[in-house]
Design a protein around this ligand. Structure first.
Ligand code: FES
Length: 125
């Protein structure tokens, strides 16, 4: 695949995360708009697969998954807060009013059972 139009720049207000389907509706992804631009990434948190368009909050350049407070700087991709795994991202460019993502294959995270902890475990640990 190649550069694919995902949405219009105005479809994603600043400080928000929205879900889209690319590749003819076969590849789910979210676009996060931060203070200085856009990031495209798989639609789930790399921690426990929370849907980032629901659990993700953007403030300034930082995306936080509110489920267990894993966070990342969307500009530098540095891990912040409680994050233990990096975000996977698609390259993004803006062409006119279009947000384009470079998609050669669907990016997915591997989840292992060790991370299987529910909210009670988290708040009691
Ligand atoms: S599921 Fe996102 S921080 Fe745990």
């Amino acid at each position: 695949m190649s550069w694919i139009k995902v949405c219009k720049t105005d479809d994603v207000p600043e400080n928000s995360v929205k879900k889209f389907w690319a590749g003819g509706g076969t590849i789910p992804l979210v676009i996060a708009r931060h203070k200085n631009g856009y990031r495209a990434m798989p639609p789930v948190c790399p921690h426990m697969e929370e849907p980032l368009d629901v659990s993700g909050v953007v403030a300034g350049c930082v995306l936080t998954c509110t489920k267990h407070l894993w966070a990342w700087n969307l500009e530098t991709l540095e891990l912040q807060g409680e994050a233990e795994k990096p975000l996977k991202t698609y390259d993004v460019k803006i062409e006119g009013e279009d947000v384009m993502a470079f998609i050669s294959e669907e990016l997915v995270y591997e989840f292992d059972d060790e991370d299987d902890m529910d909210d009670d475990d988290f708040f009691n640990s």
